[in-house]
Design a protein around this ligand. Structure first.
Ligand code: FAD
Length: 388
């Protein structure tokens, strides 16, 4: 396996690293405290071509793929997970369209996301159905050439800023748990019957709203069905291919937290030496650094697999391992890094309490850690992951 980044990806990494250090880092605390959407950072990302990283050149992107987006998100997440989420949202809702949508859908909806002229959001979860995705109740009924959608999606990231939504709805019987009873639709924000409901009050990743999308008899033309009717598989394929991108938010956060704590312990004195001189602290640094690097290898492997189209069922354990491990490492490292600062770590004068709050989001979204463990276990039981 080749562990080196290509010259293009190394250049992307250097560019985003500089941008993150100079522009994102100084804004992170303010974004958390005001909870205001950082439009300035979105404009910066769009201007630098980062909103089109994982979108093919024919649709206005740079074609850097999931690997490119993973690397960019890792750099940004070292300083702000809300800003990293803005980049993630260039792929989460566009993924199903790029995987199975028509060229016209890609031109009309994905291309403006690449250029930063439009934003999108992803609507799968409902109040009664998060992990249990087949429990969704949003209904799509056929009416002539159109579909009419009714229901409420919740916890949707970027719901207020989005111009269009990828929405999953039941096209089969309401109580059916058959996969072909769910289909995916592109819904425009400006259409009659579409509104934003409750906006959530969150413990972290503030600045990018999470909230409800209410669909009240929304008329959706047949050409806005993504793929085919009964295409629930698209939700899974889209999410499988997203695993390295969520994982990148975890490794970036963990790297940022550990780097901050290391610089602190090198100058903080106790018992007539710096606390970095204590073996207990050194072993903790070594342990966390090892776990971060292991998570990073899993994440980069998963990104390469996703770019190679390896995100169908037999590849799931490898993709889920990256998401599971990297996000759990983010929670662990942010907690341990905070601890290394003692009282200072608990205070808002330092960013570690923010990293700690942000990290917890990552083990919940896009399939909780428990859901990932279930997928990994299924892969081992089915010998998709096996060692002989
Ligand atoms: C900040 C934030 C942003 C989000 N953004 C989006 C978005 O943009 N779009 C979207 O569609 N959704 C979004 N979500 C929703 C997210 O995908 C769900 O929260 C997630 O899928 C879990 O669903 P749930 O919250 O209903 O938890 P539940 O499914 O109710 O699970 C509760 C607990 O039970 C555990 N559990 C559930 N089933 C099992 C099982 N079989 N075995 C073991 N344990 C199990 C879970 O791991 C969890 O710990 C977001 C959530 C958050 C917090």
């Amino acid at each position: 396996m080749d562990f080196d980044l290509s010259p293009e990806l190394a250049e992307l990494q250097a560019t985003v690293r500089k941008l993150a250090q100079e522009k994102v880092a100084p804004r992170a605390r303010e974004i958390d405290e005001t909870e205001e959407y950082p439009q300035d950072l979105f404009d910066l990302f769009a201007g630098a071509g980062l909103t089109g990283l994982c979108i093919p050149e024919e649709y206005g992107g740079s074609g850097a793929g999931i690997m490119g987006l993973t690397i960019a998100i890792e750099e940004v997440a070292k300083y702000s997970n809300a800003a990293a989420l803005m980049l993630l949202l260039t792929r989460l809702p566009t993924g199903p369209v790029m995987i199975a949508g028509s060229p016209e859908q890609n031109r009309r909806y994905v291309q403006p996301v690449a250029t930063g002229e439009a934003r999108a959001a992803f609507g799968l979860s409902e109040p009664q159905a998060g992990s249990d995705v087949m429990g969704i109740r949003t209904k799509a009924r056929r009416d002539g050439d159109d579909w009419v959608l009714s229901g409420t999606k919740c916890w949707m990231s970027g719901v207020r800023q989005a111009d269009w939504y990828t929405v999953f709805a039941k096209t089969g019987p309401a109580d059916s748990r058959a996969h072909d009873s769910v289909s995916a639709f592109i819904v425009e924000r400006s259409w009659p019957g579409v509104s934003v409901g409750r906006v959530d009050r969150k413990m972290g990743v503030r600045g990018v709203d999470t909230g409800e999308l209410v669909l009240d008899d929304v008329r959706v033309p047949a050409e806005n069905v993504i793929g085919e009717i009964g295409g629930f598989r698209l939700a899974m394929l889209g999410l499988n291919s997203m695993r390295p991108i969520v994982a990148a938010r975890g490794i970036g956060l963990a790297e940022g937290a550990l780097m901050y704590a290391v610089e602190y312990v090198k100058q903080r004195r106790a018992f007539e030496r710096t606390i970095a001189d204590f073996q207990g602290i050194q072993w903790k640094i070594a342990e966390l650094a090892t776990e971060i690097d292991a998570a990073r290898l899993l994440t980069y492997r998963a990104a390469r697999m996703a770019d190679a189209g390896l995100f169908t069922k037999e590849h799931v354990p490898f993709l889920s391992m990256a998401k599971y491990y990297a996000t759990e490492v983010a929670v662990k490292v942010s907690g341990e890094a905070l601890q290394m600062l003692g009282a200072a770590g608990y205070m808002k004068d330092h960013p570690l309490e923010l990293y700690y709050r942000d990290a917890k989001q990552l083990t919940i979204v896009e399939g909780t850690s428990q859901v990932q463990l279930g997928l990994i276990a299924r892969g081992v039981l089915d010998h998709d992951l096996w060692w002989d």
